[in-house]
Ligand binder design. Sequence first.
Ligand code: 5GP
Ligand code: MN
Length: 339
Amino acid sequence: MSKILIFNSIINLFKTYKKVVIVSHVNPDGDAIGSSLALYLYLKKLGSDVHVIVPNDYPSFLSWMPYIQDVLIYDKNVDEANKIMTEAELFCYLDFNTQSRTGVMHNDLCRYNSTPKILIDHHIGADTSQFVACFSETEISSTSEMIAEFIKYQGFDNYLDDDIATNIIVGMITDTGTFSHSIFKNTFSIFGDILSSTTVNYKKIHQNIYNTSTENRLRLLGFLINDRMTILEDYNTAIIYASKSDLERFNYQVGDTEGVVNYPLTIGNIKMSVLFTEKQDVIRLSLRSKDDFSVNDMSRKHFNGGGHLNAAGGTLYCSLEEAIEKFKSVLPEYKEALK
Ligand code: 5GP
Ligand code: MN
């Protein structure tokens, strides 16, 4: 279906269904929150009764985002979230494409299978069959950029304001590592259009995201790189691990390890970097790569996860040591590709 037909069908759904619930993925990042709030503010302009629900809390470095106080955190408000979802006429799934990515919300969401759903997402491997409208594209920086495109189709003059623009910009910056990867042919032109159509202060947005760290967070980064990073020369790969006690030592707050996995890629020959984080009862993997080495494929095949070509996540249900061993055991399969 052409993009114009998709946009028109989404516009019609928004005219028909006024009680809308926007849902994004577990451990919501800048793009999950940014795209959700941008669509939320657009729908408010249309007069919709709209809510944003995310499975769990967002990192504190996003807490300044316009209207973020309106985001309902499911695991802190289960009853209220279910009341809103029961009454919803339309769900919008943003920045993920398999329902299991909603973590603790997944089981409850299954109860609303018959409520129409829209998907807007930029991850690989969307199962489009369960949606009444699907805007799924992978050659795009972020879901936030997709919301920008959707709004631009209806005229930035009519709908874009500084709050919506700020949310979109946060999603675009954070999902591209400040425009260092996941850049496609329209990324800069739409970004330029957003800046020239509003009075947002890009420098201030950047400062709010990146220059509001705590001393603990910076020291944790230093510690993890100095004491917890191993270079696996044969595979041009770096691994870092963060145990529960490491995190406790630096008074870990949600979001404090965000970005750590990118640093090993600054070493010239390193093609892949992986961070293992010991969570309550699982090990989370965060994978990054250079060039055409697909961490998405690797994570789908071995680590119960997925994502994008150069940035993916996964989960292993074992100890930290076993997770690292499991990772090392699959590396020979990729030796050629990592050369
Ligand atoms: P991060 O390493 O920052 O957690 O995730 C990197 C990218 O992979 C993000 O775009 C995220 O949405 C995606 N991702 C992270 N974890 C998973 C997962 O378990 N499954 C899938 N399908 N995608 C994931
Ligand atoms: Mn995204």
